[in-house]
Design a binder for this molecule. Structure first.
Ligand code: PMV
Length: 363
């Protein structure tokens, strides 16, 4: 049943906890139909649909220690080193979710986090990072309250992660997830993401590959927060939201049928539309680099020449995600080695695939 905001308010402490430590590993995800534009309080202007990755993960341990009347102490360590600025982000997130987890203010909180992918790779760590943190907070809620079943656990983790970063709401599920109200998904909600039922996804998509070519590992010139807000004034705004919602309908049927050609066509259109919106808005910006376009051209030509089902998508950056079925892996990896690696910064790329979702590593 679909939940309202009030359903996520904490239901009270049944067994007090003095000290606790939880570790979650949570993946990043790649959007096929993109979330770009918000409404209200961190709600999406259109529905989005992604698949969860397997190799690009954040591992986060949160240590909660009960505090007395002393001032709350919050610390964040990234790769073992304390990070004040990065910590601020995590703490403003904890502040925002306090209305739904009031018990957080009773604890000193120490966060230890690390990413499997290079910090400066241009791969957004917000989806994996915020979802890992939200899952640790949910582990404490479960221990305090006791009556938290698995469905509620992940729905609320998604709800909390969304408040930190919209795309993070989709990272708490395995395989395919969608976020946003949509007539094709009766349980779809703007407040949290849901899993696309496995039986609605053709087997060929369950093992799909995503090889991420790291084109530019520098910091993005425009953050996604600013990018979302620029949509408000965009002349194509309403058409974009309509198109994205139509693409969700189309993608649902493509996933069911296993139509890989139609899938590729749709995801490439989505990626280029995302970047076309950035370029054509009143405050125009470009996140693609010359090598992004060089790769796109090579991929399209090679596809025509060889008939291989190799497609691309982009997120809000210069890196190219190459999407292809498992069966094409040997030939695609050879193509990358021979022809695409020259476009990658320091010859770096990451081989990833549709993943199994977050994992609790401790306790
Ligand atoms: O979750 P945010 O605010 O970082 O926005 C993510 C935006 C895109 O990655 C471009 C699209 C998406 O749906 O993930």
């Amino acid at each position: 049943m679909m939940k309202e905001t009030a359903d996520f308010i904490f239901r009270g402490i049944n067994s007090p906890v003095e000290q606790a430590e939880y570790t979650w590993q949570s993946p990043s995800n790649i959007a096929l139909v993109k979330y770009w534009g918000k409404k209200g309080d961190q709600l999406p202007a259109n529905a989005s649909l992604s698949f969860t990755l397997s190799q690009c993960v954040t591992t986060t341990t949160v240590i909660f220690g009960k505090r007395g009347s002393d001032r709350q102490n919050l610390q964040l360590f990234l790769d073992g080193e304390e990070q004040k600025a990065f910590g601020q982000k995590a703490f403003s997130f904890l502040d925002k979710i306090r209305g739904f987890q009031p018990f957080l203010q009773d604890y000193h909180i120490q966060i230890h986090t690390k990413n499997s992918f290079p910090h400066s790779s241009g791969i957004a760590s917000s989806a994996s990072g915020m979802s890992a943190l939200a899952l640790c907070c949910m582990s404490l809620e479960k221990e305090l309250n006791g009556n938290v079943d698995s469905d509620f656990f992940y729905e609320k983790a998604s709800f909390l992660a969304r408040i930190g970063s919209g795309s993070a709401s989709r990272s708490v599920y395995s395989k395919f997830a969608m976020w946003g109200q949509h007539h094709e998904y009766a349980n779809g909600s703007d407040l949290y993401a849901i899993q696309v039922p496995e039986k609605e996804v053709h087997k060929d998509f369950h093992t799909f590959r995503d090889t991420i070519l790291l084109i530019d590992q520098g910091k993005k010139s425009v953050s996604s927060t600013v990018g979302h807000s620029l949509l408000d004034k965009h002349p194509f705004r309403d058409e974009r939201y309509q198109t994205a919602n139509n693409n969700i309908t189309e993608l649902k049927h493509i996933l069911e049928k296993g139509d890989i050609e139609a899938f590729g066509n749709l995801v490439e259109q989505e990626a280029l539309m995302l970047h076309a919106l950035m370029m054509s808005g009143p405050e125009s910006f470009i996140l693609m680099k010359p090598n992004t376009l060089a790769v796109i051209e090579k991929v399209r030509n090679w596809r025509t020449e060889t008939g291989t089902q190799l497609f691309f998508t982009l997120d809000a950056g210069a890196n190219v995600h190459l999407l292809y079925p498992e069966s094409a892996e040997p030939i695609v990896l050879e193509f990358i080695q021979n022809e695409l690696i020259v476009y990658c910064e320091d010859k770096n790329y990451i081989c990833d695939n549709v993943g199994e979702g977050p994992q609790q590593l401790m306790p």
